[in-house]
Design a protein around this ligand. Structure first.
Ligand code: SAM
Ligand code: SF4
Length: 324
């Protein structure tokens, strides 16, 4: 469906949990995390129902996220059920990759179309410092497993920070010999990210150009997502930039988000949307749920205001609660 600004909303990010097996410094505190109670987390049946209604409103692509989606048991069952929803063309996953190798066969059999793997460094010590967990070998095993699956769309996402500056080129180089998209996602001032300084697109690009020569234009493709891609001489894959802060793309935004607690969020930075879990708990029928979703989507805010945060409507949730 179209929102009030004429944007076609067809992409739904679904957070299946706020739990995670890492503690990335820009996303989660080390301890003292206030988890959403289990009874407040949407069941798989509720997620499938809400996705079916979203599909009736024009959503055709679902991305499962979290927290870490692979810590929730039986995710392959959810993938299979979502793939069976009329109108859903693609179901993908965003993961830290730590548990991917063991779960990928079942997820792929269930019909998973793509995996975005978040990896900020190839250096084990740096990985442990950024994620507060020494699990790089497992994350790399997940990446290797994903790259070995024929036809699975794989992307690698890195948040460029001062501390992983020396890793931007080695990460981008993973796209040299394989048809992999390596994307640099600007740190956003959400949750703990607000207190940290990330690197911008220009800084990353100029470092990559020092390493690989001038960036070359390449086909964009990819269904109207926010990334802008370049490539380098001798590269098979692409290098992308998702630069919500320095090059905002709100006028092209095609997405809404469903939190693990059942809140349909219509803009990353605003606490705007509708509490679908409350409606479910109150016994709302499909018509009432669909109408509430349509009303919230129509009212989607025009744009974030990352460069001037501080309004009363700002999002209070952190990224692990929203799903990225
Ligand atoms: N645990 C999974 C993972 O890490 O891929 C899925 C959830 S995580 C919240 C989704 C993405 O959000 C990750 O790529 C992570 O790097 C990114 N992220 C978390 N906090 C961020 C922030 N403040 N700014 C930009 N990206 C952020
Ligand atoms: Fe967990 Fe992903 Fe947040 Fe890291 S970015 S703490 S892996 S949810």
């Amino acid at each position: 469906m179209l929102d009030q600004y004429g944007r076609q909303i067809r992409y739904l990010r679904v957070s299946v949990t706020d739990r995670c097996d890492l503690r990335c410094r820009y996303c989660m505190p080390e301890d003292g995390v206030e988890w959403v109670e289990h009874s407040r987390i949407l069941t798989y049946e509720q997620i499938v129902r809400l996705v079916r209604l979203a599909a009736e409103l024009g959503v055709d692509t679902v991305r499962l996220t979290g927290g870490e989606p692979l810590v929730r048991r039986g995710l392959d069952r959810l993938v299979a059920a979502l793939k069976a929803v009329d109108g859903i063309r693609a179901v993908a996953l965003t993961t830290n990759g730590v548990r991917l190798a063991e779960q990928l066969p079942a997820l792929r059999s269930a019909g998973l179309d793509g995996v975005n793997l978040s990896l900020d460094t190839l250096d084990r010590g740096q990985y442990a410092a950024i994620t507060r967990r020494d699990r790089l070998p497992e994350a790399l095993a997940g990446l290797k497993a994903a790259l070995a699956v024929p036809g699975l769309r794989v992307k690698l996402n890195c948040v460029p920070l001062a501390e992983n500056r020396d890793q931007w080129a080695p990460l981008a180089a993973l796209a040299r010999d394989r048809a992999l998209d390596v994307r640099f996602i600007e740190l956003m001032p959400i949750g703990l990210g607000a207190a940290m300084t990330g690197a911008g697109q220009e800084e990353v690009l100029s470092r990559l150009e020092e390493a690989f020569g001038p960036a070359l234009p390449c086909p964009q493709g990819g269904g109207g997502g926010p990334a802008r891609y370049v490539t380098f001489a001798g590269f098979t894959g692409r290098v992308g930039f998702i630069s919500a802060v320095s090059h905002r793309f709100c006028e092209r935004c095609n997405r809404v988000r469903l939190t693990a607690g059942g809140f349909l969020k219509t803009c990353l930075q605003y606490d705007k949307g509708v509490d679908l879990k409350a409606l479910l708990d109150a016994g709302a029928d499909d018509g009432a749920l669909r109408a509430a979703m349509a009303e919230a989507i129509f009212a989607k805010p025009a744009c974030h205001h990352f460069s001037a945060p501080g309004t009363a409507e700002d999002e209070g949730r952190s990224m692990y609660q929203i799903g990225g």
